[in-house]
Design a protein around this ligand. Structure first.
Ligand SMILES: *Cc1c(COP(=O)(O)O)cnc(C)c1O
Length: 443
C-alpha cells in the first residue's frame, strides 16, 4: 500500500508523537492498547505452545551437546547468564544525570553459545522444529527416541536432500546457517547490503551459500522467499511472519524465571519487572514479552527499543497499520548501525500479539548505541554489539518520565532487565573500533 500525503497528515493530527518520529527525534511512546492479562482473551499462540517449544529444546539437548561441544557442560541447553551490572548503572546515572531507582540486571544473550546472539533462540528453534517434522514424516524418528541420532551420518545424508533459505541483515542468517549446516541441510542466506563482511565470511566458512543484495532487509527477504519457493525441497524461514521463531524466543521466559528465583528475586505487583528489548521485526522482543506475560502477567512491563532511523514497529503499532506500512512510507531512511535493528517493516505475526502486550517503545540515536556500548565495557567489562547496548537506556527513559510512580509503584522496588541481544561473534578488531567510537563520545 502506498501512503498518501493526506493519510500522513491525518495520522500526524491523530498521533502528535508521529511528527517527532518523522523528524528522527528520540521518543518514548506508551502503548494505549496495553491490555490487562485478565482481559486478553485468545492470542495466536498459547502457554501450551510455549511449553511444547520448551519440550522440543529438551528433546534436542543431547544432540546439541554433541554437535556443539561448548554446550555440553550445560547439557545441550543454550542459555545465557543474568548479571547485576552495578558499576554500569552508576556510570549511566552520572552520564545521563538521572537517578535509576531499583536494581539493574543484564540478560547476556551476547554470550549465547554457538550463534552469539538472541537469534540462537528463534533461529535454532525453527530449524530444529522443521528437521524434527521431516524426520517424523519420513518415519526415521519418534519423540521418544534418542535425538543423538540427528548427529549421525545417516541423518545428515537424509537432510542433505533438503534446503533451507533465510533473508537476513546478519545475525538471523548466522544462526540459521550454523544450525542448518550442522544438521546436513543445504542452506542459502539472502543478505541485505548492510550486512557486515565478517558475518558473510563466517557463514561461508560454515558451508552456507551467501547471496548478497543491494537493497535493504525487506528486499533480501522478498528475493529469498521467491527463490526458496521455487524449490519443492526447500523451506523458508520467514522473519516477517514466523510463529516458530516467535515460540523459540518465548521459551527464554521459563529460563529467566528460574534465574530470578535463584537470585531470590520475587516479582509481583509491588515489585515489578521492567524489561527492555532491542527490536527489529519485533519477533524476538515479541516472543520474549509473550513468554514473560504468561509467567508474570501484569507485574512485568516490556518495552521495545528501536533506532530513530528504523522505528518500524513503533510506526506500525502507533498507527495500527502494522506490517502494512514501512518506515520509508514516512520519509525515514532505515539506515542504522544497529545490526538486526535495521528493519523497515514489522513482522505481522509478532505485531498482532505485541500490540496488546507491550507497555511501550523508545527510540534512540546511533550515537547513543556506541556511548552505551562503551559505558557497559568500562563499567562491567562486558562487550556487546551496538544494537544490544540500546537496551541500557530504558531505565533512564522511564525514570525521566516517572513511568512507575505514575502507576502507583515505588520505583525503588523495581527490577530492570536490559536484554543484551548480541555480541560474542564480533571480531575483536571490530569490537575495539566500536568501543573507541563510544569512548570518544563519552569524553
Ligand atoms: C535480530 C536482533 C534483534 C531484534 O530481533 P527481531 O526479532 O528482529 O525484532 C535485536 N538485537 C540483535 C543483536 C539482533 O540480532
Amino acid at each position: 500500500m502506498a501512503v498518501t500525503q493526506q493519510q500522513l497528515n491525518d495520522w500526524q493530527q491523530k498521533y502528535p508523537l508521529l511528527s517527532d518520529v518523522m523528524d528522527f527525534r528520540p521518543v518514548l511512546w506508551l502503548n494505549p492498547n496495553d491490555t490487562k492479562s485478565s482481559d486478553l482473551g485468545q492470542l495466536a499462540v498459547t502457554k501450551e505452545d510455549m511449553q511444547g517449544a520448551e519440550e522440543l529444546w529438551q528433546r534436542f539437548a543431547p544432540f546439541l551437546a554433541i554437535a556443539f561441544p561448548e554446550t555440553a557442560e550445560a547439557g545441550g541447553i543454550i542459555e545465557s547468564p543474568l548479571k547485576e551490572i552495578s558499576s554500569t548503572k552508576n556510570i549511566i546515572e552520572t552520564t545521563y544525570s538521572t537517578k535509576i531507582p531499583g536494581r539493574l540486571l543484564l540478560k547476556c544473550d551476547n554470550e549465547l553459545a554457538v550463534a552469539g546472539s538472541i537469534k540462537a533462540r528463534g533461529g535454532f528453534y525453527e530449524v530444529l522444529h522443521h528437521a524434527e517434522q521431516l524426520a517424523m514424516e519420513n518415519g526415521i524418528i519418534t519423540k521418544g527416541d534418542d535425538y543423538r541420532k540427528f548427529a549421525s551420518k545417516e541423518f545428515k545424508d537424509f537432510f542433505s536432500q533438503y534446503s533451507i533459505g533465510v533473508g537476513s541483515t546478519g545475525n538471523l542468517g548466522l544462526s540459521i546457517g550454523i544450525i542448518s549446516a550442522e544438521l546436513g541441510f543445504s542452506v542459502s542466506v539472502y543478505m541485505s547490503a548492510d550486512a557486515k563482511a565478517w558475518k558473510k565470511d563466517l557463514l561461508r566458512s560454515k558451508g552456507a551459500i551467501v547471496h548478497e543484495f543491494e537493497g535493504d532487509f525487506g528486499e533480501a527477504i522478498l528475493e529469498g522467499r521467491q527463490q526458496t519457493k521455487e524449490n519443492p525441497m526447500a523451506y523458508f524461514v520467514d522473519d516477517e511472519n514466523s510463529k516458530h521463531l516467535f515460540l523459540g524466543y518465548s521459551t527464554a521466559a521459563f529460563r529467566l524465571k528460574k534465574q530470578l528465583d535463584d537470585l531470590g528475586i520475587t516479582i509481583d505487583a509491588e515489585h515489578p519487572l521492567v524489561v527492555y528489548l532491542p527490536c527489529g521485526v519485533g519477533g524476538s522482543p515479541g516472543g520474549i514479552t509473550f513468554g514473560l506475560k504468561q509467567i508474570y502477567g501484569d507485574a512485568v512491563h516490556c518495552f521495545f527499543v528501536e533506532p530513530t532511523h528504523s522505528p518500524s514497529v513503533l510506526i506500525g503499532l502507533m498507527t495500527g497499520e502494522k506490517e502494512k506500512v514501512c518506515v520509508q512510507d514516512f520519509g525515514i531512511d532505515n539506515l542504522t548501525e544497529g545490526d538486526g535493528l535495521a528493519v523497515g517493516r514489522p513482522s505481522s505475526f509478532a505485531s498482532s500479539i505485541s500490540e496488546k502486550l507491550i507497555s511501550g517503545i523508545y527510540t534512540l540515536e546511533d550515537e547513543e548505541l556506541y556511548r552505551l556500548l562503551a559505558i557497559l565495557a568500562d563499567g562491567d567489562d562486558i562487550f556487546v554489539e551496538p544494537s544490544a547496548a540500546s537496551s541500557l537506556l530504558g531505565p533512564v527513559k522511564l525514570s525521566q518520565e516517572e513511568y512507575l510512580s505514575a502507576r502507583g509503584v515505588d520505583p525503588d522496588k523495581a527490577v530492570h532487565i536490559a536484554w543484551s541481544t548480541g555480541g560474542a561473534l564480533v571480531p575483536e578488531e571490530n569490537m575495539q573500533t566500536m568501543y573507541q567510537r563510544g569512548k570518544n563520545l563519552r569524553e
